[in-house]
Design a protein around this ligand. Structure first.
Ligand SMILES: [Zn+2]
Length: 257
């Protein structure tokens, strides 16, 4: 007799003994419900909770990389985001997309969504593109203000505002780098079409995010093999699984809000 059946049997016997009655359907039903409730409670204890905001690059008039035939970065990024959303939902995370259709968004609004929801992780998705036709990389950027040189023409007010916002993400720099490395590790086992690199850079989108944040720029739409992968179900699914597993590994290590 399996453990679950044995448990139901023993509970049933216990109810019968207590009531000094023969097993009746109602008693069995109570025992079964009890077992299911206990199993559900155990499942809840085991599940990892966390919330993720997925930012989808570009939108509306801003197409991002564009190729002939109506192939736009903004649309492929949205397709990938939906796959990633599905993967994360299956892992029982809360997920919010910064856009679910083809609309333009201000830079500040993208991180504001994440800050207002007190998300645990902010991921911005972009697809690269250049016309060298050389093998490209998947670059996972975290914010590194050290490599930033503020414009000499910036006035004192804009300089101080930039530094203020820098400090918000800078507090999460080490976690953001850790998140980037875990996504890199996870993607490396699934993606063969490109090298995967982690890089520090003064990425504007992450600047105002008050949580670990990375920007993932995937390959190049101008590279034939990568273009094919990015337009295929399987290619997007592999990327989504890789990114979601990296996020999961990060959240299992890091305390959530
Ligand atoms: Zn982009």
């Amino acid at each position: 007799m399996c453990q679950e059946k044995l448990k139901k049997h023993l509970l049933c016997r216990l109810f019968c003994k207590m009531n000094q009655i023969k097993p009746r359907p109602a008693v069995i039903l109570i025992a079964v419900i009890f077992c299911y409730l206990e199993a559900a409670a155990q499942h809840t204890e085991k599940s990892v909770t966390g919330s993720i905001v997925i930012d989808i690059g570009h939108g509306g008039q801003d197409t991002g990389v564009s190729l002939s035939g109506g192939i736009y970065e903004k649309n492929i990024a949205l397709n990938l985001a939906r796959r990633l959303e599905d993967e994360l939902f299956q892992k029982e995370y809360k997920v919010k997309l910064t856009r679910t259709r083809d609309v333009g968004l201000e830079m500040a609004d993208r991180t504001a969504v994440s800050n207002n929801r007190k998300a645990d992780v902010f991921i911005s998705l972009h697809i690269g593109g250049n016309f060298t036709h050389q093998p490209e990389t998947v670059s996972i950027f975290y914010f590194d203000k050290k490599s930033e040189s503020l414009s000499e023409s910036a006035d004192d007010k804009s300089r101080s505002q930039a530094l203020l916002w820098d400090e918000i993400q800078y507090q999460h720099q080490s976690e953001s780098r850790g998140l980037a490395k875990l996504i890199q590790k996870s993607l490396q086992s699934r993606i063969k079409f490109a090298e995967i690199r982690v890089r520090g850079a003064p990425i504007l989108i992450a600047r105002g995010a008050d949580m670990p944040a990375v920007l993932i720029e995937i390959g190049s739409l101008c590279h034939p093999e990568q273009k094919k992968a990015l337009q295929s179900r399987q290619g997007l699914s592999d990327l989504a699984k890789g990114i979601s597993s990296g996020i999961e590994a990060f959240l299992q290590k890091a305390p959530t809000h």
